[in-house]
Design a protein around this ligand. Structure first.
Ligand code: AG3
Length: 271
């Protein structure tokens, strides 16, 4: 018998993964979490039926949620990650030689499963500069102190992550940034849900002096094309060249990822 998991991208479209076995299944206080061993993509982490990360393509998402914002900063020291319980974003942040990383993850079970079964993604937890807080990110940010960069590595904007896509959250983020600080956030699939991206973009560009939409190509996420936003009160420029190894991000991609197809520009009324 063949075992298949499929994420519904719309009620009429799904992407299926043939898998060998289910490694773990936990129903936490917040979400339904599965870890599958797939034939094509290595281990696959699923939350509430949506693909979060796979061993084979996680590098694209984790490099792209981290490196464009961090290379926009001349010398990031203290970084906050909201969500990101699997540790993949923290692993990339460590490459910048930062002094402190705080991960605020609402669901401890995501951390436990990742640490146990996804060692290449969760390796940052072994570093003494990484501090984990099991708390709601939108509460944490009100008493968090100040950071050079804040990365919002959340699930989709329904369920536990909903408050991370609302205006007062971004106002609090701005308060929690040091001068020259920068934020980034994943904003979903521009092909199927442009309103998610454009909603965040219109709030963020109101609150910060500079905001940019940028894209990456992620085979296992709905639509394949994925959107992110970064924002700051200083102009978004590449302030350093890369001096470590990556598999997706490079100096050219810093700028080319901000070049948008017309349908995205038009949806977000951006010229
Ligand atoms: N967080 C964003 C995943 C969103 C995917 N959405 C979907 N498949 N419908 C990824 C967490 C990785 N650290």
């Amino acid at each position: 018998m063949e075992l298949w998991f499929a994420e519904m991208h719309t009620p009429h479209i799904k992407l299926g993964f043939r898998f060998k076995k289910e490694i773990a299944h936990v129903k936490s206080r917040y979400q339904d979490i599965h870890l599958l061993d797939t034939h094509e993509y290595g281990k696959l982490l699923i939350i509430d039926g949506t693909v979060q990360t796979t061993e084979k393509d996680e590098f694209i998402y984790h490099e792209m949620i981290v490196h464009p914002p961090l290379f926009s900063h001349p010398n990031p020291r203290k970084v906050l990650i909201i969500g990101g319980g699997d540790g993949g974003a923290a692993r990339e942040v460590l490459k910048h030689g930062v002094s402190e990383i705080h991960i605020v993850e609402i669901d401890e079970e995501v951390v436990k499963i990742s640490r146990k079964y996804l060692p290449t993604i969760s390796s940052a937890y072994g570093d003494t500069r990484v501090h984990l807080h099991i708390e709601n990110g939108s509460d944490f940010i009100k008493h968090a102190g100040k950071f050079d960069a804040i990365i919002i590595d959340s699930t989709d904007p329904v369920g536990p992550a909903e408050s991370l896509f609302q205006r007062d959250f971004y106002e609090n983020l701005k308060e929690a940034l040091n001068p020259g600080g920068v934020i980034s956030q994943q904003c979903g699939t521009p092909f199927y849900h442009p309103e998610e991206l454009c909603g965040v973009y219109s709030i963020v560009k109101d609150i910060f002096k500079h905001a940019a939409i940028y894209l990456a190509y992620i085979p296992t996420y709905p639509g394949g094309m994925w959107s992110f936003i970064m924002a700051s009160d200083v102009p978004l420029e590449r302030r350093r060249k890369i001096d470590f190894k990556t598999k997706y991000y490079n100096d050219e991609i810093y700028y080319s990822s901000m070049v948008l197809p017309n349908f995205v520009k038009e949806h977000c009324k951006k010229d």
